[in-house]
Design a protein around this ligand. Structure first.
Ligand code: FNR
Length: 376
């Protein structure tokens, strides 16, 4: 018997009424067509299969060549990429789904092989980066490599990135997307500016938390002016430690950001529970998170989406007790194209295979089975 728990009750998000509260989290799968990082018919099929999500947030998609940091991730800065994404959004819409494109600039998490003219990746500050990135070797196989010390952005370089976000948002709408999600988490460019660990600037983009939040808010304003604030979401990972993140003033920083995003009437704010921001459980879970999320929930009055290790039970609890309005599922959606139906009707879930998360072909991508009608 199907149930009508609050998790399955519609909600308004921006211009759209979502049929339930189970969204698909953004998931990098490293399978864009080469050359050119262009979505393919296989990518179209992957998203089409998952169109019963209340909202699909696409995999992180670079806004410019400079914004790429890993092999085979898609972009939204060329005409071919726009055409590729148009086929994806058309397929999702034909199934009755909604889809926002996640806009991504990796900042320092990159490598000269991806950068224009082989230059150093850009960052708020030229300091060493703890972490590795994933490039293709001469045989086309993925290998993990060290990240060089990045170059600090000039003010002109920062302004150019704001323009790149604006243009990419325009391109996403031209590709038929229902909106865009600005990726400001997981240790990528905007998060590098926000966190004091990675931002040692002494100009208007560094120092105080207001200054460290400035680039995010400028990007939000540029993108909102371009595509309309109701078509814009923001993803943050407060207290995340991934890729060397860490902030001296997390309550002030993220409280301030939540307040200022609230003033901008966005479609939604998307936060990742810090215990899990990538594929690994963070052993250094910071207990201050509970007060930070409470503060952000108070200050941001719009739709709040939460992700990170959710199950059917914890998702139900989070909706019931008002912790969140929408829950985004990541890995469960990799393995269960029809996840909302499975959760609603209480069916068992397929287990995702981490060995096929990044790169490869159809296996572990479009061959996870949907519920067969006869199994009901
Ligand atoms: C991710 N995650 C992620 N987050 C993001 O903002 N943009 C992205 O492109 C990706 N890519 C990505 C790839 C893979 C293979 C994994 C497993 C995760 C994080 C993801 O959106 C989500 O927050 C986490 O997976 C936690 O949710 P689950 O998987 O516990 O439901």
């Amino acid at each position: 018997m199907s149930e009508t728990h609050a998790l399955f009750v519609p909600i308004q998000l921006g211009r759209h009424t979502l049929p339930h509260r189970i969204a698909m989290a953004p998931l990098t799968r490293s399978r864009a067509g080469q050359p050119g990082n262009v979505p393919t018919s296989m990518n179209v099929e992957y998203y089409r299969q998952r169109a019963s999500a209340a909202l699909i947030v696409t995999e992180a998609t670079q806004i410019s060549q400079q914004g790429q940091g890993y092999a085979w991730t898609p972009g939204i800065h060329t005409a071919e990429q726009i055409r590729g994404w148009r086929a994806v959004s058309d397929a999702v819409h034909a199934e009755g789904g909604k889809i926002f494109l996640q806009l991504w600039h990796v900042g320092r998490i990159s490598h000269p092989v991806f950068q224009p003219e082989g230059s150093l990746p850009v960052a708020p500050s030229a300091i060493p980066v703890p972490g590795k990135t994933f490039i293709a070797d001469e045989n086309g196989n993925g290998i993990w490599v060290d990240i060089p010390i990045p170059q600090a952005l000039t003010l002109g370089g920062i302004a150019a990135i704001v323009d790149d976000f604006r243009a990419a948002a325009r391109n996403a709408m031209a590709a038929g997307m229902d909106g865009v999600e600005i990726h400001a988490g997981n240790g990528y460019l905007l998060d590098q500016f926000i966190n004091s660990n990675s931002n040692r600037r002494d100009d208007r983009y560094g120092g105080s938390f207001e200054n460290r939040a400035r680039l995010l808010l400028e990007v939000v304003d540029a993108v909102s002016t371009e595509v309309g604030h109701a078509n814009v979401g923001v993803r943050l990972t407060p207290m995340g430690r991934f890729m060397g993140m860490g902030d001296e003033t997390p309550e002030e920083t993220f409280g301030y950001i939540a307040q200022h995003l609230n003033d901008r009437s966005l479609a939604y704010l998307h936060l990742v529970e810090p215990a899990i921001v990538g594929t690994e459980k963070d052993e250094q879970y910071d207990p201050r998170w509970d007060s930070i999320i409470k503060l952000m929930r108070e200050r941001f009055e719009g739709v709040l989406m939460l992700a990170g290790g959710y199950t059917l039970d914890s998702a139900k609890r989070a909706i019931e007790n008002g912790r969140a309005d929408v829950i985004a599922f990541g890995r469960p959606f990799i393995a269960n194209p029809d996840l909302p139906q499975r959760l609603r009707e209480g069916f068992a879930l397929n287990e995702p295979d981490p060995s096929t998360f990044f790169g490869g072909s159809e296996a572990g991508y479009i061959d996870y089975p949907a519920l067969a009608l006869e199994s009901r």
